[in-house]
Design a binder for this molecule. Structure first.
Ligand SMILES: Nc1nc2c(c(=O)[nH]1)N[C@H]1C(S)=C(S)[C@@H](COP(=O)(O)OP(=O)(O)OC[C@H]3O[C@@H](n4cnc5c(=O)[nH]c(N)nc54)[C@H](O)[C@@H]3O)O[C@H]1N2
Ligand SMILES: Nc1nc2c(c(=O)[nH]1)N[C@H]1C(S)=C(S)[C@@H](COP(=O)(O)OP(=O)(O)OC[C@H]3O[C@@H](n4cnc5c(=O)[nH]c(N)nc54)[C@H](O)[C@@H]3O)O[C@H]1N2
Ligand code: SF4
Ligand SMILES: [Mo]
Length: 755
């Protein structure tokens, strides 16, 4: 590995960065990429990209106590040296003027610097007082899919085994909860059965509600490679908006928002009607269910689908029946391998779980599952939503290693392991409930870590006053943010490679991040703050560890006896990530779960076994079309959807600190269909009022931009920090009754040129 960038590398890195800015992915693998103004390093330290769930391996070039360059790790199987523009520019998020360097305490409305002792003593006093007066459920923790696994594991243990409450939730509730519930209801176990390697083995790709080109750019580049090297590959993109992902699509289905339940039922109808099912697979490995657990026969399921003939639903979906039939045929064609990928377009919905079930249905009906290139693969958004939250038990209803709070046996197993009598059985608050309890005053103390809910929750006019009212602790790397400004105490956090720990990406790959540099000022790893808090609360016995490695060793004990065994620290330090299950240090990583020959928990002769279900069978669900909670009407005639763009990350605390990214897209905007704009007399660049029943945002119109919504739909990215452009004020806070995930993707608005 060369320590110095040559002039050629330097020029190449500029060219690569430029190509990515326009295309969203790098043209070639194994290129060396680093920030253009920093070209020398003393050593390269192995880590994982701070941003998306793709989980690209990185090497951080260190000189003194500075990261001077970041390049893709050529040995990481995820990206093989590639990075997108955000990854390349990661070094620039570290030395910024808005880093928090000392604990801050709010006094008379002003933040004043404090010592760690003062800050922690105050937090402990407030938590103890609330618990004594109002009980353990009067406090809560709101975490993130961007924490390290060790941080969330430790915090959830303290909340449950120490304080005695399940009030621990996190932003994966706003992100992955419907995918989790989809996998669990259908297969009995969370997380995908396949891995990214399925991309290189699939022929038909069904992308629905995912803008991979901008949200998972390096993974998208693997899809581009697959298509370029194999002319037989066909890509179907189902999204109400034409996105950059459609650039490589053979079919784009711009259906009416929220009508994808009907769309996928129509595909299932076609597959059955035209005899394109795998009857043997259905008979051996599936059963049919309606509602929660009402058993159906196959014939009853077929009868249910009669309402969804493509010809019957074409108009309401906005997609011609012939197109629906065509993509159903492509999906189910016998000699082709089919991989589905989806993301927030399905999850952030009041019927997010159902619509997840419907993707699984298509794979189960056709038997296109648990074989290379055949898989329903939910794309994970955050770098460690899987590794740090779904796996560690970082949501109010989960316990470590995919156990459930509602399961008494699971609670007992962990109570025994942790040396406590019992764990609380009462369900904790899910995200919106937790922030609502802050509004109503039921939640007295709230600790927020590695997330920015003051900007990222929906219906902000309702929730922000609650954050101000409750005793709010915010662990942050930067200040002010839209959440830290509402805090009573801000704790300065070490960022990314200023600390050591583990991330788990969207393909079950557990990867280690080494510490490359020391944090600035008095910033500390969040794990340190959590352990100090625990000790001061009197829970010394629950935190018999000081290092992430020691936490990991205990966490591995919790995994024993489950099908979710992760790699040891030794292996993680040395290797380039392992896709679990890896039952011991000699086990290879697992490519395909539930399949004999791949999954160590499936015995010889068992073939395919969905062991998450007592019957060993996966469930095909009858799920009817249900529209979004708030559909357009005469007063609010447009659908509004929200999401991401390539250059920015969520609330922008990191990416607006990188001048190349900030300059690329300095402010957010509203994408409008040209015909709608013409009708309303709106020209490109005009300031537009986007108004819902809850609030108005003022945004510049973007017509024929990189994304083109269908008629009647407008789109706004949610990265802006300026109050009048923060679209989350406009959104409603309806959520899925099963997963409790908010419906960020759909509400109704009206548009008018700003006065
Ligand atoms: N650059 C960048 N990358 C990121 C992130 C980031 O902030 N910036 N965040 C990461 C995170 S945490 C996440 S969760 C992922 C999200 O990744 P994606 O889900 O791919 O991105 P989004 O832009 O949120 O939404 C995807 C698409 O859903 C579509 N959609 C809207 N309504 C519907 C509907 O009714 N049905 C369907 N099927 N689709 C609909 C939208 O038009 C949009 O194109 O991105 C990750 N990657
Ligand atoms: N309108 C709309 N809203 C959405 C969505 C949408 O599609 N549309 N998507 C939702 C989804 S999927 C998601 S995942 C959420 C994301 O929403 P958030 O999690 O609220 O957004 P981030 O900007 O990722 O917040 C992470 C915070 O952690 C801080 N940070 C970074 N590193 C560290 C660290 O090591 N320690 C600590 N303590 N802090 C650190 C960052 O500065 C930042 O403020 O947004 C949700 N909100
Ligand atoms: S694709 Fe995702 S993980 Fe990879 S470099 Fe870009 S933001 Fe980082
Ligand atoms: Mo997310």
């Amino acid at each position: 590995m060369s320590l110095k960038f040559s002039r050629r590398d330097f020029l190449k890195s500029i060219a690569v960065a430029a190509a990515m800015l326009t295309a969203g992915c790098s043209p070639k693998r194994d290129t060396q990429q680093g920030p253009v103004d920093q070209v020398e390093a003393e050593k390269w330290v192995k880590g994982v990209c701070r941003y998306c769930g793709t989980g690209c391996g990185v090497l951080a070039g260190v000189k003194g106590n500075k990261i001077v360059a970041v390049k893709g790790d050529p040995d990481c199987p995820v990206n093989r040296g590639r990075l997108c523009v955000k990854g390349i520019l990661l070094a620039k998020i570290i030395d910024t003027p808005d880093r928090v360097l000392k604990p801050l305490i709010k006094k008379d409305g002003q933040f004043v610097e404090a010592t760690w002792d003062e800050a922690l003593d105050l937090i402990v006093a407030k938590f103890k007082e609330a618990i004594e007066q109002y009980g353990p459920d009067s406090v809560g923790f709101y975490g993130s899919g961007q924490t390290l696994a060790e941080e969330t594991y430790t915090m959830q243990k303290i909340m449950r085994a120490g304080i005695g409450t399940n009030n621990i939730d996190g932003n994966p509730r706003t992100c992955m909860a419907s995918a989790v519930a989809g996998y669990i209801t259908t297969f009995g176990e969370d997380e995908p059965m396949g891995t990214y390697a399925d991309i290189e083995a699939a022929d038909t790709f069904f992308l629905i509600g995912s803008n991979m080109a901008e949200a998972h750019p390096v993974l998208f580049s693997r899809l581009v490679d697959r298509k370029n090297s194999n002319p037989n590959v066909k890509i179907i993109v189902a999204d109400p908006r034409k996105t950059r992902t459609c650039d490589i699509a053979d079919y784009h289905l711009p259906f009416v928002p929220s009508r994808d339940l009907a769309l996928m039922n129509a595909m299932a109808y076609t597959i059955i009607e035209e005899g394109r099912t795998d009857e043997k697979f259905i008979a051996e490995h599936t059963e049919f269910v309606k509602g929660a657990d009402e058993k159906l026969t196959y014939d009853q399921f077929k009868a249910f689908l009669q309402d969804y003939a493509p010809e019957k639903v074409a108009d309401s979906c906005g997609i011609p029946a012939a197109t629906i039939r065509e993509v159903a045929r492509l999906f189910s064609q016998g000699d082709r391998n089919t991989m589905s990928m989806w993301c927030m377009g399905l999850n952030q919905r009041t019927r997010g779980v159902w619509v997840n079930n419907l993707v699984h249905n298509l794979h189960l009906l056709t038997g296109k599952i648990c074989r290379p290139g055949n898989t329903p693969f939910s794309l994970t958004g955050q770098p460690s939503a899987c590794g740090s939250v779904r796996e560690t038990g970082g949501l109010s209803h989960l316990l470590p290693a995919h156990r459930m709070v509602a399961n008494e046996k699971h609670r007992q197993e962990l109570a025994q392991l942790w040396g406590v009598e019992s764990l609380p059985a009462k369900p904790g608050y899910h995200t919106l409930e937790m922030f609502k309890a802050a509004v109503t005053g039921d939640l007295k103390c709230l600790w927020v870590m590695t997330t920015n809910p003051g900007q990222s929750l929906p219906n902000l006019n309702y929730y922000r006053p609650g954050m101000e009212k409750t005793f709010l602790v915010v662990s942050e790397a930067y200040h002010p943010t839209r959440t830290s400004e509402l805090a009573d105490v801000v704790l300065p956090s070490a960022l990314w490679m200023e600390k050591e720990g583990v991330y788990g990406n969207g393909e079950r790959r557990t990867q280690h991040i080494a510490q490359a540099i020391k944090p600035p000022g008095e910033a500390k790893p969040d794990l340190w703050a959590i352990i100090e808090f625990a000790k001061r609360m009197g829970y010394e016995k629950l935190v018999p560890f000081n290092t992430p490695e020691e936490v990991w060793a205990e966490y591995q004990e919790c995994q024993k006896g489950t099908a979710m065994m992760l790699a040891s620290y030794k292996r993680l330090r040395e290797g380039h990530g392992f896709t679990w299950p890896v039952p011991d240090d000699n086990s290879p990583e697992t490519y395909i779960r539930y399949a004999e020959g791949y999954d160590p928990y499936v015995k010889p002769g068992e073939g395919i076994k969905f062991y998450g279900k007592p019957s060993g069978r996966a469930i095909i669900y009858a799920r009817p079309q249900q529209d979004a909670q708030e559909m357009p009407d005469t007063e609010y005639p447009f659908f509004l959807t929200t999401g991401r763009i390539l250059e920015h990350w969520h609330t922008g605390t990191m990416t607006f600190n990188v001048k190349e990214l900030k300059n690329a897209v300095p402010e957010m905007y509203v994408e409008i269909h040209p015909d709608d704009a013409a009708r309303l007399g709106i020209a490109d660049g005009d300031l537009v009022d986007v108004t819902s029943r809850r609030a108005t945002c003022k945004l510049k119109a973007k017509i024929n931009g990189r994304g083109q919504p269908r008629q009647g739909l407008v789109y706004v990215p949610f990265h802006d920090q300026v109050l009048e452009r923060m679209i989350n004020f406009v959104l409603l806070d309806a959520f899925d009754p099963g997963s409790k995930q908010p419906e960020y993707k759909i509400c109704a608005v009206k548009l008018a040129k700003s006065a």
